[in-house]
Design a protein around this ligand. Structure first.
Ligand SMILES: Nc1ncnc2c1ncn2[C@@H]1O[C@H](COP(=O)(O)OP(=O)(O)OP(=O)(O)O)[C@@H](O)[C@H]1O
Ligand code: SF4
Ligand SMILES: [Mg+2]
Length: 382
């Protein structure tokens, strides 16, 4: 098995600005559906540096995949629209580029491993053909050379007997092997940024560990910036440098992984950490939080987390949502009481227990819902 794939001949003309590959600045995305306007992303900001792993965490429906789709330029439009903010790659504004320019970035520069490996592969074409297609399309290679590259890539992601299986179809591979194939396709063109959306969901624990190890090795080899989207805090602890925790389309806490694990500055992050290891159970309440995330057509007034937050006070229900701000050096959180939480201050009182939250959920107590400007859609940026 070859340990490295030969360096591709095409060198990228894109250069990071001061080490920064990707900048997401105040991103807003909404979905215009029959049920109303779902505010899926509400002012998300982060950046990604060369060689760095940023994990994006949050419960189902918090906006993780939509953030990735907006960066990739593959948002489901309509009903999804980017209505505010900026996305920059190596300093260039992605939102003002033509579709042709975006296509030249998607794959060779920013690539993605999708949440559902089987549906992302075409069932009627052999695996090797699908990988080779990337080299034919983007690098102008002939059939023989592109298939040889496909075999090398399959070997690199540890597909056994790659040369013999290059003509096999997706359904002839196990879930774990298909996920490796998705990773092979995502790294085929040597991207600077790789977004891996739940790359280990639905895989058993041993395969999960192998896939994460593979991603780490590839990142080390190539100095890629990696955005890892996951529910799994255990996975994150092993691989991430920084994390961004999302709730109802906002980042509620962002910073160094170990600092956050040691001492979270947002009650939601604290609840997630206290809920390990139950996070991969979609639609289930979190042990240490209670209740469910809000519908994005009905985000509560004030802090969106207030109906579930054990420390919620009147200010949390009535004032505008707290902005993400630097609460200690390098740590950003969106809570009125982050400092008190960090200090373990006795002024921070438990105002509702998990049982209170559960009871309110069972009796269908609807929180006060934010006015969405008559649910009139905003202007589209793209
Ligand atoms: N195609 C769509 N049409 C309408 N609304 C959508 C669509 N895609 C996403 N949304 C809205 O955006 C919200 C965020 O979706 P997203 O897929 O980003 O969640 P997620 O955090 O990736 O969740 P999961 O962990 O389940 O993958 C959804 O709850 C939904 O309200
Ligand atoms: S602002 Fe209030 S409701 Fe929101 S997380 Fe902080 S304490 Fe909880
Ligand atoms: Mg998702």
């Amino acid at each position: 098995m070859s340990s490295q794939i030969e360096t591709l001949e095409t060198e990228s003309s894109w250069k990071p600005r001061d080490g920064v590959l990707l900048e997401v600045d105040d991103l807003h995305v909404e979905f215009r559906t029959r049920e109303g306007v779902a505010r899926a992303i509400n002012g998300v900001s982060f950046d990604l540096r060369e060689g760095e792993t940023l994990a994006i965490l949050g419960e189902s429906g918090s906006g993780k995949s939509v953030t990735a789709q907006a960066i990739m330029g593959i948002l489901d439009t309509p009903p999804g629209f980017i209505t505010g903010g900026e996305l920059r790659y190596c300093g260039s504004d992605l939102l003002t580029m033509t579709e042709d320019q975006r296509r030249r970035i998607r794959g060779p520069e920013i690539s993605m491993v999708f949440q559902d490996a089987l549906s992302a592969l075409n069932p009627v074409f052999p695996i090797g053909w699908q990988i080779a297609e990337m080299f034919r399309k983007h690098r102008g290679m002939n059939k023989t050379d592109s298939l040889e590259r496909a075999v090398q890539l399959m070997e690199r992601v540890s597909i056994p007997a790659a040369r013999q299986r290059v003509k096999a179809y997706p359904h002839q591979f196990s879930g774990g092997m298909r996920q490796r194939i998705m990773i092979a396709m995502a790294i085929a063109l040597d991207p600077a940024v790789l977004i891996a959306d739940e790359p280990t969901t639905a895989l058993d624990v041993t395969v999960q560990a192998q896939i994460m190890q593979l991603l780490q090795e590839l990142q080390d080899e190539r100095k890629m910036g990696l955005i890892l989207i996951t529910h799994d805090l255990g996975v994150v602890a092993d691989v991430a440098d920084r994390i961004a925790v999302m709730y109802a389309g906002r980042i509620v806490e962002r910073g160094d992984i170990f600092e956050i694990y040691r001492q979270p500055a947002h009650p939601y992050t604290k609840g997630l950490l206290d809920s390990i290891p139950r996070l991969d159970q979609k639609g289930q309440t979190l042990a240490a939080i209670g209740g469910l995330p809000p519908s994005l057509t009905k985000i509560p007034v004030g802090c969106p987390f207030n109906p579930r937050c054990r420390y919620a006070e009147d200010v949390c229900r009535h004032d505008p949502p707290p902005a993400l701000r630097e609460v200690i050096y390098g740590r950003f959180a969106a809570c009125h009481f982050s400092e008190a939480l960090l200090e373990g201050s006795e002024e921070l009182k438990v105002t509702q227990t998990v049982e209170d939250v559960q009871r309110a959920t069972e009796f269908g107590d609807e929180p006060t819902v934010a006015e969405h400007e008559g649910d009139e859609p905003k202007e589209n940026l793209r």
